[in-house]
Design a protein around this ligand. Structure first.
Ligand SMILES: *Cc1c(COP(=O)(O)O)cnc(C)c1O
Length: 361
């Protein structure tokens, strides 16, 4: 290739590692915060019947008007706020970043948090500022956050609420202080809101710079790829100009519209997952050698004895369960693993695999 790749592809892109998603094979999949439950038979039947009438030869409704109206209802979006849909909330993060990027512009987020904030900042050529959370309980280090906001003047701050991969919900007062201190946009990424008691959705409009992001992925529709951004029309109108015309395909629009008429099914499933999270937590807290961190999401972060995360992760995998090894992902995540709450039987198999791996590896 005569060095052409090196000459033309930006060095920061060449330096990246592609986002790696492991192949689960036949393993029990507790690595990606998916809802483990499928649709009941009557809903699958209705879905298949409906799909027969979807006009696959036509472009989708570019504004997805009917789906948006349903999402306003389902997600309690204040009437005076605008709404923008994305091909997953990942795409919305990208749209925001593209809209504000420029020389000297930065994205700020606490660390550890959702890895796409940093990756997308890099994609669009922005600086990224990661501010460490407090090591003991993963709460926001407000002195450090406010100092970083003051000195970097970030164009956008992402706060995952609850946070991934730590599982905690940041203090509401801390978030308010960040909203007040920031000159730029503050995006509350509420991907896990169905599992938490707390949201900034009803507070949209109270702060000019507050935007709230949601996704249907963690509530049980990860395969659809559908996220939403709610906030003042002045911001969203600008981001919308960057959106590719048909970003929400016809199958996603049609399937989401049907699914959202049965939103109670997903609410029951998330309620079940919340109950099972408490059972899993109790079992982990009782386990010798394991520190489990409180979670307001559908996963639990745990710390295993020093230097053993990889061997315990491998031991769990060899016993048929795939989780996530976070050791090395951030200094604060040394010896940490993350497990998604699955079906009760899957959680039992995980606990047994963890116990055996702790004893042997
Ligand atoms: C999973 C996750 C997302 C991604 O959501 P998609 O809609 O599936 O793209 C966004 N933010 C956080 C914090 C997540 O954990």
């Amino acid at each position: 290739m005569d060095g052409r790749v090196e000459r033309w592809v930006r060095p920061e892109i060449r330096a990246l590692n592609a986002y790696h998603v492991p192949d689960p094979g036949r393993l029990i999949k507790l690595d990606a915060m998916e809802n483990p439950y499928t649709w009941p038979a009557y809903l699958r039947g209705e879905w298949l019947e409906m799909l027969q009438c979807v006009p696959m030869n036509r472009y989708p409704d570019p504004g997805a008007a009917e789906l948006k109206a349903q999402m306003r209802q389902a997600f309690d979006i204040p009437a005076e706020m605008a709404l923008l849909l994305g091909n997953g909330s990942d795409e919305l993060i990208q749209l925001i970043a593209m809209a504000v990027q420029g020389p000297g512009r930065s994205v700020l987020a606490p660390e550890p948090s959702f890895s796409m904030y940093k990756m997308i900042a890099t994609f669009v050529g922005m600086d990224y500022v990661g501010v460490p959370l407090r090591a003991d309980d993963f709460s926001l280090d407000m002195a450090a956050m406010l100092a970083a906001i003051e000195s970097h003047q970030p164009a956008v701050i992402f706060l995952a609420y609850p946070n991934n991969p730590t599982g905690n919900l940041f203090d509401e007062k801390d978030v308010e202080a960040i909203l007040k201190a920031a000159q730029g946009i503050v995006v509350l990424d509420e991907a896990y809101t169905s599992f938490a008691d707390g949201s900034f959705m009803s507070r949209l409009g109270e702060f000019d710079n507050l935007l709230v992001m949601r996704t249907v992925s963690k509530m049980g529709l990860a395969g659809l790829r559908l996220g939403l951004l709610a906030g003042p029309a002045a911001w969203l109108g600008e981001f919308d100009k960057l959106r590719l015309p048909y970003n929400i395909n016809v199958l996603t629009q049609a399937s989401a519209r049907l699914a959202l008429t049965y939103v109670d099914i997903f609410e029951q499933q998330t309620a079940q997952i919340r109950k099972d999270r408490e059972k899993l937590m109790q079992a982990l807290v009782a386990m010798e050698g394991v520190e489990a961190f409180p979670s307001a999401a559908n996963f639990i972060l745990l710390r295993v004895p020093q230097g053993r995360a990889q061997s315990i992760f491998d031991g769990i995998k060899s016993r048929g369960v795939l989780i996530k090894n976070l050791d090395g992902a951030s200094p604060l995540l040394a010896d940490c693993l993350r497990v998604t709450v699955g079906r009760p039987q899957e959680n039992q198999l995980f606990l047994r695999a963890l116990k055996a791996s702790l004893a042997s590896s």
